[in-house]
Each structure stands twice: as C-alpha cells, then as structure tokens.
Write a protein of this length. Structure first.
Length: 78
C-alpha cells in the first residue's frame, strides 16, 4: 500500500489510456507547478584532511607482486 507518483512527457502521456485499461481503473492526473518541484541547492564542499599513514609492506597500491599480478591463463611465463 502507498502512493506512487509518475511523470509522463507529451509523447508518453498518450499511453495513459492503455495503462488505465490494463490496470482496470483511472489514474488521477494533474499538472506540475513550480511549487511542486524541488529547489536544488548547490553542493557543499567538504574539506578533507590528508592522511599520512604508512602502508604496510605487501599491501596497497605499490605492490606489484600480489594475488592478482597478471599471472592468468593466457600470460607468458619466462
């Protein structure tokens, strides 16, 4: 149970009668006014502190020898 709001442009609004016939009742219709639309606010910039944590060896981005180091089925072995 609950309410559903659907928006239809001029092109797809013509399908409304088919939808109403399929569901077996009329869908209430109304026009959108500027009062009904959300007023977007500009995004808020969040200042983040830089972290100077040292990565442990064997983990992190700089590790070229890990579980996924490119040694897949089609790779060449030397």
């Amino acid at each position: 149970s609950g309410d559903a709001i659907s928006f239809a442009c001029e092109d797809y609004a013509f399908s409304l009668t088919d939808i109403q016939e399929f569901i077996g009742h009329e869908i209430p219709k109304g026009r959108i006014t500027s009062e009904l639309l959300a007023k977007p606010k500009p995004p808020v910039k969040i200042e983040r502190k830089r972290s100077h944590h040292k990565q442990s060896s064997g983990q992190g981005r700089g590790n070229s020898r890990g579980r996924h180091s490119g040694g897949g089925r089609n790779s060449r072995r030397r």
